[in-house]
Each structure stands twice: as C-alpha cells, then as structure tokens.
Design a protein around this ligand. Structure first.
Ligand code: GAP
Length: 535
C-alpha cells in the first residue's frame, strides 16, 4: 500500500484533515475528522483503562500544558532539547542535519565574485555539489544566484576549482547548494504569560507530559496513599517546533502523548529489603508477577512486555512491531536502558513508543531546582530515598497512524449482481474501531422496517457507537462501513417483522466485516454478543 493512497482515504473518509486547510494548511498540524476523532478517543480510552483503571498501582493526572519555566531548566529542556539544523545558503530552507542523506559527485568551489558593471565584489566563499553527469554550467548558475543575493547585479564567480567527493552531507539534496554549519535549534515553542511580552514572562508549551508528573509526584503520592512501586500516568498534548515535520502525522508540531512514570525502589533498597536483587538473565517477565526482589532491570523488561501485550490487544501483531534495545552510545545521558517499540510503517520502521529506565534523574533535578524534597519514606525499608523511574512513553498520533496503516486492506467482494469487485476494508480491531456497529433497514421506504431499525439503534446506542444508514442499496451501505472499519453490520428485514413466519420474528442478520459472513441473531442477544467482542 502506498502512503498517498492512505492519505487520500484519510481525507475522503474523514480520519484526518490538514489543519487550517482553507488557508493553505499549517505545516506540522493536523485535525482529526469524525472517524479519526472516534479512533483517537478509543485509543486513549483503551490505554487509560489498561494503565490505571485495571491496575491497583497506577493513578492518573491531568496537568496544565503551560507550567513554570524553571521546570524546563531542571529537566534539561532549556539547554539541551534541540536538534542540529542546517540551512541552504541559496533558498534558506532548513533541514535537520541528521536527515541529510549522504551524496557523492563533484564539488565546484568559488572564492568570491566581482560585478564589472558596478565594480562591487564579494569575498564570500560558496560551493555547490553536482551529481555525475550534470554540466558545470549549472554550478556557475547556482553561484551566480548566490552572489546576486549578496547585492551583485551581474556577478562573475571567481576562483572556480573542483573536487570529487563521496558521501558528503554538507550539501542540499534538492539543489546541491552548500549548507550552513550545523547549529542547535531548541524545539520548545515559546509564548508569554500575562499582558507583557518581556523576557520575565517567557513560558513554553510543554514538549512532553512527563515533567508534570514528576513535579506533582509528592501531591499525587499523598492523596492516593500509594506505596513504591507505583505509577502516575497522564494523557495530553505536547508541542515541539520540529524542523522538518514529515511522514503525514508521524512527526508533527502538536501531538498527544500517553506517558506513565512508574516509581520503583533503587536497587540498594531492594537488596536491603529482599536480601537480593533478581537479575534479568534467565527470567521471563511476561509470565512472572512483580516480586519484591525485582531491581530496575526486571521492572524495565516487565513494562516492555506489558506494552507489547497492549499493542497486540488492539490489533498490532508482534510481526508488525520491532523491540529495539538502544545501544549504550545511543542512550540519553540520564537513561540506564531504553527500548523503542517500532512499527513497520510504509515509509520505514519507526518509533511508536520509548520505554526508558531513567534512574532518579528527574526527581533529583526537581529537588535541586525547587528546593523541595522529593524523597519518599519507605516504611518497610525504614529508609528515605528518591525513587527511580521506568517510563513507557507513547504517542497517540503515531499510534493512530500505525493503526490506520495496519487496518488498510484490499480484497474482493461480490457486487449487487454477484460480480467480484475490489473492496477497501479497514480491519480495525473492534476495541478501537471508530464505529462499532452499523444498523440498516433493508428498505428505507417501508416504515415498519425503518421503525424497527431505529428501535435496534436505540437499544445498542447506550453501549457502543452506532451508525444508522438507510440510504442506497444494502451492498453499497456495507461497502461504506467496510471502508470506515465498522466491524459489525445489523440488517433489519422482513423476517425481523415476522412476515415469513414467527420463528424468525425479532431476529436480525449480523454481518462480520472481515469474513462478510452473516448469521441470524435475536435482537435481545445483540448487545451482549457485540459487547463480548468489544471489551
Ligand atoms: N518523556 C519522554 C519523551 O517524551 P520521546 O521519545 O521524545 O520521549 C515519546 O517521545 C513519544 O512521543 C514518541 O515515541 C512518539 O510516539 C511521540 N512523539 C514524539 N515526538 C513526536 C512528534 N513530533 N510527532 C508525533 N509524535 C511524537
């Protein structure tokens, strides 16, 4: 499947629209349409339910997006949350330095230029990379353009010399022009709080939800009366002024995160209480329940497994996911270990979630910067310590995109006359499907059928999202729902009304989206039958 096909389907069916589309759009921002909004809600609800409602040891938080700017100093975001960027010397287009593909060819160097007419000159050096086969004139044309931008009307580039290069990343892949030296670009989006736009009032839209959890650690702990190990989770918007938003919603400037900070004992405290620290080697955390002698390694592995199970439970099979253990040299300075869960997108295998063992870095930093204790008194260990943290951090939008990619399927189905035609079907897992069931009266001009179908809709509506459709041939109505990813279709026909005999009265056909099989089900059994598949 091509990404273009998917983007077109997303717009046509109302999963995703470009933000501010009627004004030409805004790069890196997206809006979820009617089906996308339902899909996103379902993802968040599933995550919330599994992370906190179905567990005793995790509580929730819903914090503000703009927080005290000192938080970002403590977390390191003010000083280090940056990407290296480079600008094209000709077009000024900005790129992330690490996204420039290595190129080979001949570099044409110029030491400056003169303008015979005006007598002006420029001593700025410039160079341009030409791939094999391109004539030297195109290098001179680019150089002329460069010196024109420096105020020379009819420049003659000087000192031309050439050099063959291999795998360089110093040139713009789009036009061959030299790029600036890489320099850091802070990704936090700035704003001012209050009526005065002064340096004292600078604030930031949060670049991650995690820091709010750390700074509310003590409050949440006190009110929930949890004991370490326990977690605090949050779902919310985050903002990053990404240099190159790309791959549809994959890298956006506004997105949502689902993050858990799970607080554990430092290994030395585990040793003191349990007499030993269980090691990762030889253990199988997926089949083990948490134990008092677990150190950070086992808790980390446990959360990787939990998260992989969760992805499977919403229809992302392990065959589509990759568990990538970051190498030592790739780890952030505070991380002891990080596992990325990657999804095989059509544009490459890319990160959905990172699960990091962050030690006590964050709480210790906030303790230092705020002057407030972040220590926890462990009754059992009779010791005070700053807890360590395991952090599973996932992106809602990336997951929505992965689920859309994963669901897209083309197969064949018979049309009205029994001829096979191509069918586009979104095979969402029923748990996250935007609409759970579609209800159709067989004919829209038979009031008794319509009335009964509306009764069925009202019966199901309190339990799940229902779509009622009476327009067009029944086959076409099925197709529309297949494309929306609705897993079940219920049709009310003359048998339902008892017109063919009493035995089928008050029964309907229940159609399965994937197998297209239909079965006869009593109306009274519909809700429990469907709920069983949705939970
Ligand atoms: N608190 C840790 C943290 O924020 P991260 O790896 O920078 O870690 C976590 O982000 C997740 O947030 C990523 O795995 C991804 O799913 C999502 N995410 C990060 N940047 C994003 C962006 N620009 N657009 C969409 N999702 C993004």
């Amino acid at each position: 499947m091509e990404m273009d096909q998917l983007v077109a389907l997303c717009k046509r069916r109302g999963f995703l629209f470009q933000s501010s589309e009627i004004y030409g759009g805004l790069n890196g921002f997206w809006d979820y349409g009617p089906l996308g909004a339902e899909l996103k809600r379902n993802i968040k609800e599933c995550w919330w339910r599994s992370m906190t409602q179905l567990r005793d040891d995790v509580v929730g938080l819903d914090a503000s997006i703009i927080m005290h700017p000192r938080i970002w100093e403590a977390s390191g975001h003010t000083s280090t949350f940056s990407d290296l960027m480079v600008d094209c010397l000709l077009t000024k287009k900005r790129f992330r330095a690490d996204q420039i593909e290595p190129q080979s060819g001949t570099v044409y160097f110029y030491s400056g230029a003169t303008d015979a007419g005006s007598g002006k000159e420029s001593k700025d050096a410039f160079s341009v990379l030409l791939p094999a086969g391109k004539p030297p004139e195109s290098a001179r044309k680019a150089a002329t353009q460069f010196y024109q931008q420096r105020g020379l009307e009819k420049p003659t580039p000087l000192g031309e010399r050439t050099e063959a290069v291999l795998n360089t990343t110093r040139y713009n892949p789009e036009n061959g022009s030299l790029l600036t030296e890489p320099r850091p670009f802070n990704l936090m989006l700035k704003t001012y709080v209050g009526p005065v736009e002064s340096a004292d009032n600078v604030s930031y839209l949060r670049p991650e939800t995690a820091q709010a959890i750390f700074v509310q650690f003590k409050n949440a702990l006190e009110v929930s009366r949890q004991r370490v190990p326990f977690g605090i989770c949050q779902i919310g918007k985050a903002f990053r002024n990404e240099i190159n938003p790309r791959n549809f919603t994959f890298r956006s400037r506004e997105f949502e995160q689902m993050e858990l900070e799970y607080f554990i004992r430092p290994d030395e405290v585990v040793q003191k209480v349990a007499g030993s620290v269980a090691s990762l080697a030889g253990s199988q955390p997926s089949t083990l329940n948490p134990q008092p002698n677990w150190g950070w390694e086992l808790w980390h592995k446990y959360w990787v497994e939990q998260r992989m199970h969760w992805y499977e439970s919403i229809g992302l099979g392990r065959d589509r996911l990759v568990e990538y253990w970051q190498k030592k040299e790739e780890l952030a300075h505070y991380a002891k270990a990080t596992v990325d869960i990657l999804y095989k997108f059509p544009f490459g295998t890319q990160e959905l979630e990172g699960i990091a063992a962050r030690g006590d870095f964050d709480l210790a930093q906030h303790q230092k910067f705020s002057g407030k204790s972040m220590e926890y008194f462990d009754e059992e260990a009779k010791a005070k310590y700053v807890p360590h943290v395991i952090e599973p951090s996932a992106g809602v939008d990336r997951l929505a995109l992965a689920l859309i990619c994963n669901a897209y399927c083309e197969d064949e189905a018979p049309d009205e006359k029994g001829k096979l035609e191509t069918r586009v079907v979104m095979r969402f897992h029923p748990r996250i499907a935007p609409i759970k069931v579609a209800v159709f009266p067989l004919l829209k001009n038979k009031p008794t059928l319509v009335q009964k179908a509306k009764e069925v809709r009202e019966l199901l509506r309190p339990h799940m999202s229902v779509f009622y459709d009476e327009a067009g041939a029944i086959g076409r109505r099925y197709r529309r729902q297949d494309e929306a990813g609705t897993p079940y279709g219920v049709t009310i026909d003359f048998d339902t009304l008892g017109e063919q005999g009493p035995e089928l009265k008050d029964t309907v056909t229940l159609r399965d989206r994937d197998t297209m099989k239909q079965e006869r089900v009593k109306i009274t059994e519909l809700a429990p039958r469907l709920l069983e598949k949705l939970r």
